[in-house]
Design a protein around this ligand. Structure first.
Ligand SMILES: [Cu+2]
Length: 379
């Protein structure tokens, strides 16, 4: 499976600049895709080419043929592709909220380009698919406006249609976790300036992509309770039978060396308040905690992350690997960044083999800055 060519180029090109990589027909190319954005999740595909995922966060995994994968901030996936035709292919990375895209081109010669796919709609199939609990009774007419919200306008909030927000059934809003319900209903627009840094893409994308799962029966509405349901960790298989990578697919080649059972469990809640733009672990911002999280040197522990918010968070640990407990037994994959979806519970095994102080944080940079950050001290 070794690729004939590794393209060791980083791209900071805009879609218009159209970063280009050349291939020879029939050769196998390995692409390493790193989400280096500050706040955006991307759905990545190459129309006309099957991709085979062979590594996650730089760690080899057993080959997984996919048509598309979602990549959180700081995650990395390596894919093999074998372009055979004498034509260009568009590497298309659509922002999760469909507000924009990144694009590059694989081609046999310079100067070629392929079509840019039409941007897909954010699906609007109801709030109960957002993964929060008890939201089944929500007024979907109000939320449909939220999903279809003009995100470009939201960056300054000018374009936001507040009347749509008020259509929401407030009595049901009280079921929404992690939100300041009282102030949501009577939203103070002056405080909206706090939302400038907010990742609206996630906000818009949440309802859409989760709901897509629901339509395929992989995620039944209201079923997204905390639990290790890794078939829900990604998008699943969508209506036109395209295969989309999910965490449960990731399977290592050989067991990682430390096979000890964890000596203890450490549970952390991902917490926040969208309107006030507060993000934290266990309800405490970094500035409010008294000290680091302590790992005993060389201990084996289980880290459990529970997302109490309505957004996805890519949680990143420096210095040590997290072995994602995704149901693959001894062959669970290891990652440095774990995407945790709204309402989801994710667990990982860690061998604390790296002495020192390490950053542990949400890799949405505004969240990190707001306080979703801790120091892990191994000693
Ligand atoms: Cu976050």
């Amino acid at each position: 499976m070794s690729p004939a060519a590794l393209i060791p180029t980083c791209s900071t090109a805009t879609p218009q600049e159209n970063w280009n990589a050349l291939f020879k027909a029939g050769e196998r190319v390995r692409l390493r895709v790193i989400n280096g954005s500050a706040m955006s999740y991307f759905d990545v595909r190459i129309p006309g080419l099957k991709m085979t995922v062979v590594a996650a966060d730089g760690q080899p995994v057993q080959p997984i043929p996919v048509d598309e994968f979602r990549i959180g901030v700081a995650e990395t996936y390596d894919v093999l592709v074998s372009p055979e035709d004498d034509r260009a292919y568009t590497i298309f990375a659509e922002a999760m909220d469909r507000s924009g895209y990144a694009r590059a081109t694989l081609a046999p010669r310079e100067g070629m380009q392929a079509d840019i796919p039409e941007r897909r709609q954010i699906a609007d199939r109801g709030m109960e698919a957002m993964g929060a609990h008890g939201m089944g009774g929500m007024d979907h007419s109000g939320m449909s406006n939220m999903a279809g919200m003009d995100h470009s306008g939201m960056s300054n909030m000018e374009g936001m249609d507040h009347s749509n927000m008020s259509e929401m059934d407030r009595s049901n809003m009280s079921n929404m976790e992690g939100m300041d319900h009282s102030s949501m209903a009577g939203m103070d627009h002056s405080s909206m300036s706090n939302m400038q840094g907010m990742d609206h893409s996630n906000m818009g994308g949440m309802a859409g992509e989760q709901a897509k799962i629901g339509e395929n029966g992989l995620l039944v509405a209201g079923e997204a309770q905390p639990g290790s349901r890794y078939d829900q960790a990604g998008i699943g298989i969508d209506p036109d039978e395209r295969r989309v990578l999910v965490y449960r697919d990731l399977k290592a080649f050989t067991p990682w060396p430390d096979r000890r059972e964890p000596g203890r469990e450490l549970e952390l809640h991902l917490t926040g308040n969208m309107e006030r733009y507060m993000w934290s672990f266990d309800g405490k911002k970094f500035s409010e905690v008294t000290g680091p999280i302590h790992f005993e040197k060389d201990e084996r522990l289980r880290l459990i992350l529970i997302n109490d918010t309505m957004m996805e968070h890519p949680i990143h640990l420096h210095g040590m690997w997290m072995e994602l407990e995704n149901g693959q037994g001894e062959l669970i994959p290891r990652k440095h960044t774990l995407n945790v979806k709204p309402g989801e519970r994710v667990s990982a095994l860690i061998t604390a083999d790296a002495e020192g102080s390490w950053a542990f944080h949400c890799h949405l940079l505004y969240h990190m800055d707001a306080g979703m950050f801790r120091v892990v001290q191994v000693s």
